[in-house]
Design a binder for this molecule. Structure first.
Ligand SMILES: *Cc1c(COP(=O)(O)O)cnc(C)c1O
Length: 427
């Protein structure tokens, strides 16, 4: 049998990079064991929901047109609601991406004169145009919804005094982003999010709390919906799609909020009754079934990356040892050249488009040039091994995904190899 190192060498990994990686992995056993425990818990949670709702071959039948009485679609929404412990869920291929799901949740539940509060600083780049922080046609601002923001304290914690002052009679909804997105702040644990929700609802009990759960699903044994979120929102080409969902988004929450989201997505009066599944149900069910293990593999990759890059002097968020609440790893590479080398490595390790060379360019929804590396089966899927980041200081690459831990590992080793080849590091 060909030795693994020999095999890797034929793929471009040098013995020095391989040895450096093995040394890092030898210290990660306990952390990987803990991740496996959470994956096992979440796998049981998903299985129980599928069994309770009697998932059968009838759920995988494709529908077209209006999609009235679409049993598979309706049952998938019951499965999601049971896993998230919510009254209702909207899970649809007609939700085109995470930004779209969040836009539906916001615009369905905010009316002219209402105010939206972000108590965790600036939201994710694409949401800034949705809210109108950066002007855009059809933003919430254009419809007379105002926005207020309380930044995190310098150490990355909640500014409770500032939040208390910011909540006013107009404040209708609070939006909490779990993951760091393109910022180098900490990602919040579900417990921390629960404390923040309790604090806000204590001041104003009728507040609606929405959590942007992108990249957070299945990283912990509980979700924001378990700690008081009225809407928990995410993308199916991230964690909950398990790599198989080719498109889609979800909103799990109270019946009152989800009903309004369904009216916003389709039309007032129609709501969840319409929306054909277009034959995608097998992928959406099977992807959700695989999501706990896929997420675990991606999380191992993120921890591995931090443990490779931090000792070389690159700041990592989260750092090599701290606990994880999403699958994103930010590595501050300090230069555009570093970002390009890192992304080249991720691209070269991909199963699809490994021969392409990533390069910085303008992207809709982002104000800086962005570099993206992805060689994915589903285009743009970031639960598959991918790296991206806006070209701006501190030149951080946001690395995430990997449908299997072994692929994530190879991708990260390859990124290190390209950094070494470019003369940016020495081992
Ligand atoms: C990815 C992401 C989004 C938006 O998702 P898209 O599917 O790219 O539109 C929103 N918020 C966070 C925190 C994200 O990571």
């Amino acid at each position: 049998m060909e030795e693994l190192l020999e095999l890797y060498q034929t793929m471009g990994i040098s013995p020095a990079v391989y040895a450096y990686g093995e040394k890092a992995i030898s210290k990660l056993k306990d952390r990987f064991d803990a991740i496996d425990k959470i994956a096992e818990h979440n796998q049981a949670k998903v299985l129980r929901a599928m069994q309770k709702n009697k998932v059968s071959a009838a759920c995988f039948v494709g529908t077209t047109g209006y999609g009235y009485d679409d049993f598979g679609r309706d049952n998938l929404e019951r499965v999601y609601a049971d896993v998230f412990h919510t009254e209702a869920a909207l899970v649809r291929p007609q939700i085109t991406c995470g930004t779209h799901a969040l836009t539906i949740a916001l615009s369905a539940n905010l009316l002219p004169g209402d105010e939206l509060l972000s108590p965790v600083g600036l939201p994710y780049d694409t949401l800034q145009e949705v809210i109108g922080i950066r002007p855009s046609p059809c933003s919430l601002a254009e419809y007379g919804v105002t926005y207020n923001q309380v930044d995190l304290l310098p150490e990355g914690t909640f500014d409770y005094e500032g939040i208390r002052k910011a909540i006013n009679p107009k404040t209708k909804m609070v939006t909490i982003q779990r993951s760091k997105g393109y910022a180098t702040r900490p990602t919040f644990s579900v417990t921390q999010i629960g404390e923040l929700i309790a604090f806000c609802k204590n001041i104003k009990p009728d507040l609606i709390v929405m959590v942007d759960n992108c990249y957070g699903e299945f990283v912990e044994a509980i979700e924001p919906s378990d700690v008081g979120a009225d809407m928990t929102v995410g993308s199916l080409i991230k964690n909950p799609g398990g790599g198989l969902a080719p498109i889609g988004g979800y909103i799990a929450g109270t019946k009152a909020c989800v009903d309004r989201c369904a009216y916003r997505l389709s039309a007032p009066g129609l709501g969840q009754e319409v929306g054909a599944n277009l034959g995608l149900m097998t992928s959406l069910y099977q992807g959700f079934f695989l999501a706990p293990t896929v997420t675990a593999g991606a999380e191992k990759g993120a921890i591995f990356a931090a443990n490779l890059y931090e000792p070389l002097g690159f700041r990592c968020v989260p750092n090599a040892t701290e606990s994880r609440h999403d699958i994103i790893q930010a590595v501050e590479l300090g230069s555009e050249e570093g970002m390009i080398a890192f992304c080249k490595g991720i691209q070269a390790a991909a199963p699809v488009d490994s021969f392409a060379t990533p390069w910085p360019s303008d992207m809709p929804g982002y104000k800086d040039r962005v570099i993206m590396a992805a060689g994915a089966f589903v285009q743009g899927s970031s639960i598959e091994l991918s790296a991206d980041g806006p070209i701006r200081p501190p030149y951080a690459v946001y690395f995430q995904g990997g449908l299997t831990w072994y692929h994530a590992k190879l991708g990260i080793l390859m990124s290190l190899q390209k950094m070494m080849d470019a003369g940016l590091i020495t081992l």
